[in-house]
Design a binder for this molecule. Structure first.
Ligand code: ZN
Length: 62
């Protein structure tokens, strides 16, 4: 999967707050994502994220 800053991603498993949408904040060795609902930020390795992600909503490609 490819991610860009500003993308919205939907995970297979919901966050502890019950929401399953995240915003991509930073790309690097680890990817920083923020829960859209509760604003909690987490860092995940790309390989980890690939396993968790269901869909990527690319905001730029409307
Ligand atoms: Zn949350």
């Amino acid at each position: 999967m490819k991610y860009s800053v500003g993308d919205r991603i939907q995970t297979k498993k919901a966050h502890v707050c019950g929401f399953d949408e995240w915003e991509v904040l930073r790309i690097g060795a680890e990817i920083k994502i923020k829960c859209v609902n509760c604003s909690r930020e987490i860092m995940v390795f790309k390989t980890e994220l690939d396993k968790k992600v269901k869909t990527v909503v690319n905001i730029d490609k409307k």
